[in-house]
Design a protein. Structure first.
Length: 557
């Protein structure tokens, strides 16, 4: 590769040593990541690479640089391009956010586009164009889906004398942290070596960059690193030292708007709206708020145990009477008749100095709209970690490996002992080890309809899931395996409650059927054997197993 920056921009910009090292990565390395700490000149380099490579002089060149939000794009990327691109003859189009160079005949030729993808689905805006150069600035602010969707579907070249490359830059942290760390950093912690993907053969490269690699920055602000000492420890280690192992990043990496190129079709969680059968059981969850959002989710449980979230309510600054009224009026009568669980955040049990708790106020408000015969509002579990794991399970689209224990290891005496001492559930659990498992055909067990039956968008939920990050490590006040609280996380909190209700309903329904089947088997065995001792012993255990279990209440208007 022949870099010749002097012929284009010698008077205004020249790469420092680490930037030049990144620029010299061969074009047969499809993906490269530059960064690690703040201050390494990352954004500047991504803007200047097309000029360093001379891409702007090729009439068929098309490139794009992305930031997650438009304000970031304007402040960090477009402003830098305005400083250098016009000197090379480029013409700016504000409406299209694009610089264009002319060919020798005065026709529009090479193009450099500037984009953002604030929402997960916004990355699709860039369909229809093949890019020779794709650059993600602050790459970890993008999700795995957004990054892979663009580089796997749009990174192409229409001519052999132009490469098709992805060059990105970032600091550690944010929603894409774990994905980019796994893809670029884990193979060689300090970078500098070519990574060859064992599955695809694609070559990748990570080059670590620190503030001390940028002589311009350090010369202008010698106290730069010292001033960063005031940051929280996790932030300091990430931004000053380039430590990728302080943060964990995006929680629900399995979440998909749609399947990627090498994934099965069922690897998707947001689907087209369809008429939900009226006889499917319904679960409703409420995460109440006033200054924060009040979120209500409606879920329908299919016969195979998959839950479809078909309606999402998200409003702020509404009183209990107002949003409870909305809940009652939005939900048709035929849906109320199928409600099997109505659950609200456990915090509704608090008393804020008023005559009634939040829970009681909600129950009274619903009663005022529906009358005396209304579903009981249940408090959700106070179990954030368990709820998070449940979300993982319902988002999972990869089947679990089938592990079977050889039937020769079955011990009938042990089975009967487990039944006598621990009851039917543990007995069936033991038997399950020797029963061939059926293939999972209902994955993922959670899908979100894009629009409600009233054709309002359900995006408040499916836009929230990709934003969930782990708590920062080193913070003693929070569990590092839990989801970090953030503005707008109400939809995730409501999802945890809804899935707890769904799982409770599915489990109880299955157990109820199992109990009926077991009673039939005990009676049938007694009819054949007339063994009264065995019959009474088995019935005693059976009754003990079902005592104290209250079925989920059915509601009828």
């Amino acid at each position: 590769m022949n870099l010749n920056p002097e012929s284009v921009i010698e008077k205004v910009w020249k790469p420092h040593k680490k930037q030049e090292q990144f620029a010299q990565i061969p074009f047969d390395v499809a993906e490269a990541l530059y960064g690690g700490a703040a201050g390494g000149g990352k954004s500047e380099l991504l803007v200047m690479l097309p000029l360093l490579y001379g891409f702007h002089r090729h009439r068929q060149f098309k490139g794009i640089i992305l930031r997650r939000t438009n304000p970031e794009l304007e402040a960090e990327i477009i402003g830098r391009a305005h400083n250098w691109y016009p000197d090379t003859g480029a013409v700016w189009n504000e409406g299209k956010k694009r610089y264009t160079w002319k060919d020798e005949f005065g026709n529009d030729a090479a193009q450099m586009r500037f984009g953002h993808a604030e929402l997960e689905k916004d990355i699709r805006k860039y369909d229809g164009v093949e890019y020779n150069y794709i650059a993600f600035d602050e790459a970890t602010s993008f999700t795995e889906f957004q990054y892979l969707y663009l580089i796997l579907t749009r990174r192409r070249s229409a001519t052999s004398d132009l490469p098709a490359i992805a060059r990105s830059a970032t600091n550690p942290g944010n929603v894409g942290h774990l994905f980019f760390r796994t893809r670029f950093v884990d193979p060689f912690k300090f970078g500098g070596k070519i990574i060859k993907d064992k599955k695809t053969g694609i070559r990748r490269f990570y080059l670590q960059s620190l503030a001390t690699d940028n002589p311009t920055l350090m010369g202008a602000n010698p106290r730069y690193l010292l001033d960063m000492k005031g940051l929280p420890d996790s932030e300091y280690r990430a931004k000053a030292l380039g430590d990728w192992y302080t943060f964990s990043g995006m929680v629900f990496t399995e979440f998909r708007l749609e399947a990627l190129a090498d994934e099965p079709e069922n690897a998707r969680h947001v689907i087209d709206t369809f008429p939900v059968p009226s006889w499917w059981p319904r679960i409703i969850a409420i995460d109440w708020g006033f200054s924060a959002n009040t979120v209500i989710l409606w879920g329908a449980v299919s016969p195979n145990g998959r839950v479809y979230i078909y309606r999402v309510y998200c409003e702020k600054h509404k009183l209990i009477e107002q949003w409870a009224g909305d809940l009652c009026s939005i939900t048709p009568t035929e849906e109320w008749e199928m409600v099997r669980d109505l659950v609200i955040c456990h915090s509704a049990n608090q008393n804020r100095g008023e005559p009634h708790t939040i829970l009681q106020q909600v129950q009274n408000a619903i009663k005022g709209h529906l009358g005396n015969n209304f579903p009981t509002v249940r408090l959700g579990k106070r179990d954030r970690i368990g709820g998070k794991m449940l979300v993982h399970e319902y988002l999972r689209w990869v089947p679990k490996p089938i592990i079977e224990v050889p039937i020769e290891q079955y011990d009938d005496e042990l089975a009967q002992r487990i039944f006598r001492l621990h009851g039917m559930d543990k007995y069936k659990e033991y038997l399950s080890y020797f029963t061939p498992r059926k293939a999972e055909t209902n994955l993922p067990k959670l899908q979100i309809l894009e629009y409600s039956p009233e054709y309002t968008s359900n995006e408040a939920l499916y836009n929230c899931i990709p934003l969930c990050q782990y708590n920062d490590k080193g913070n003693k006040d929070v569990a590092p395996e839990d989801v970090k609280e953030f503005d707008g996380d109400d939809a995730y909190d409501c999802l945890r409650m809804l899935l707890e209700g769904v799982d409770r309903y599915v489990t109880e329904s299955a157990h109820e059927q199992d109990r009926l089947n077991e009673r039939d088997k005990i009676l049938s065995d007694f009819a054949n054997s007339q063994d009264a001792t065995s019959f009474y012993r088995r019935m005693e255990n059976h009754e003990k197993n079902i005592s104290g279990i209250k079925p989920i209440r059915r509601f009828h208007r």
